[in-house]
Design a protein around this ligand. Structure first.
Ligand SMILES: [Zn+2]
Length: 447
């Protein structure tokens, strides 16, 4: 059934291709067509690393092919797949102190590792000065979350024991009974972080007098895997030494919630994926530029930026050849804080990319929400951390439909999107034909 849907959408799309290819203008019909497919009922919210995400990636790949894009260097198709490993509990944890099990111990967060060592006791206010311990019981009335963050940052302990409180009960409820354990890309080091274990008040108070005894936390782990898919298209340049532009978005969203609610993600980020598709179509129609252009729709952004991280670790061209990355995220609504028709660029002041695009007519301006750290919160960051001048262009980043069931095509401003994407075509075309290389400004490059 799903396959039939994809084919029908592709057929509809190719009819549009014939009528608009000649003008190579961004078209509201195309924008609506892509949005309607990607954020429609059938794709069920494009859950990260699900078969629905894979269908979205196949759709994007088929469009790339239809626009005449090639497969990227070193790739034998338009899809790049990566395996995500998720850890989960297969049985309740056990905590034993001095050989005796402690009833009611609950794991909230951790790295999934079992730990054996000596139980140490420290007051919360001394946590930053405490020598590293295997198992550390933290006394005092500080917030458990704050204790955990400090312990993780200071590497104070491998296991942190805290006393049950209204805060920990709320946290347990939010987690729905299963602890938050790492997900990571197969082949990557998931890293170490402490386990946070909550104890009932009575057990906690008894253990607070048992410092120096042996303690063992056993975490029975099961591993499940899923596959995420990036769609990658390539418009070769005429000058291999001129470098490459990377235009990207993420194609996944939150999928179907446990209660059956479909999270459509029309804005987040079917809108960015649509932008990448329209930029691919219009730029491909202009023929080859000096610089090659990579068009990428990443999978699994919502669960930790896995698609872009994988791409950054396995790029089809060396990362130092990528002269700029423009990620497009949530351009489905206009920010009322910004002048009519304009988008914002995260980290605008960090590099010369934003002003270069703006000088050629891009409807972009600085991010009015620096306190939200949006620069660090999208797929551009995976590459920015590796030195690539990489920014995200967004519409209304704090839109009320953000991560809600109301993020649907009905709530998308197709006219704004169309104009916004159109405003990027000429500036990107100019950048693709330029010798000028966007640069980080002093202090702008992330550490
Ligand atoms: Zn999102």
């Amino acid at each position: 059934m799903k396959r039939g849907i994809v084919l029908a959408a592709l057929a509809a799309a190719s009819v549009l291709a014939v009528s608009t290819q000649a003008q190579a203008q961004v078209s509201a019909d195309w924008v609506r067509a892509h949005e309607t497919f990607l954020a429609g009922e059938e794709l069920r919210g494009r859950g990260s690393a699900t078969p629905d995400e894979a269908i979205a990636a196949a759709y994007v790949a088929a469009q790339f092919r239809g626009f005449g894009l090639q497969t990227a260097p070193g790739m034998d198709g338009y899809l790049q797949k990566a395996e995500i490993v998720r850890l989960a509990l297969k049985a309740p944890i056990t905590l034993a102190v001095d050989g005796k099990p402690v009833a009611g111990a609950t794991l909230l967060f951790g790295d999934g590792k079992s730990v054996e060592g000596t139980l140490m006791i420290a007051p919360a206010k001394a946590l930053s000065r405490t020598a590293p311990a295997d198992v550390l019981l933290v006394t005092g009335d500080q917030s458990a979350m704050q204790v955990y963050r400090t312990a993780a940052q200071m590497k104070s302990a491998r296991v942190v024991l805290v006393r049950e409180s209204a805060e920990t009960r709320a946290m347990t409820e939010r987690l729905g009974g299963s602890p938050r354990l790492p997900s990571y890309l197969r082949g990557e080091d998931p890293g170490a972080r402490p386990s946070l274990v909550v104890l009932p008040a009575g057990a906690f108070d008894a253990l607070a007098k048992q410092g120096g005894t042996k303690a063992a936390l056993t975490v029975p782990i099961t591993e499940s895997t899923s596959v995420t898919t990036n769609a990658v298209g390539w418009l070769p340049g005429t000058d291999p030494k001129a470098g490459v532009l990377l235009l990207s978005a993420h194609l996944d969203h939150l999928g179907v919630l446990a209660d059956g609610t479909v999270m459509h993600g029309a804005n987040d980020d079917a809108s960015g994926t649509t932008a990448v598709l329209e930029l691919a179509r219009t730029l491909a129609a202009r023929g080859k530029s000096k610089r090659g252009i990579l068009f990428v729709a990443y999978g699994a952004e919502e669960i930790g930026g896995f698609g872009s991280t994988w791409f950054g670790a396995h790029p089809p061209v060396p990362l130092d050849q990528i002269v700029a990355n423009v990620e497009v995220e949530m351009i489905g609504a206009q920010d009322p804080k910004l002048p009519a028709g304009t988008m914002m660029m995260t980290g605008y002041e960090r590099s010369t990319l934003g002003e270069t695009l703006k000088a050629h007519g891009a409807l972009v301006t600085a991010d009015p929400y620096p306190e939200q750290n949006f620069f660090q919160r999208s797929d551009n960051y995976s590459l920015a951390r590796k030195g690539v001048v990489a920014h995200t262009i967004s519409g209304w980043a704090v839109v009320p439909t953000y991560h809600s069931k109301d993020d649907t095509v009905a709530n998308i401003d197709i006219a704004f999107m169309t104009r916004a994407i159109q405003s990027l075509v000429e500036p990107l075309h100019a950048l693709a034909n330029s010798d000028a290389k966007p640069e980080w400004k002093p202090g702008g490059k992330p550490e």
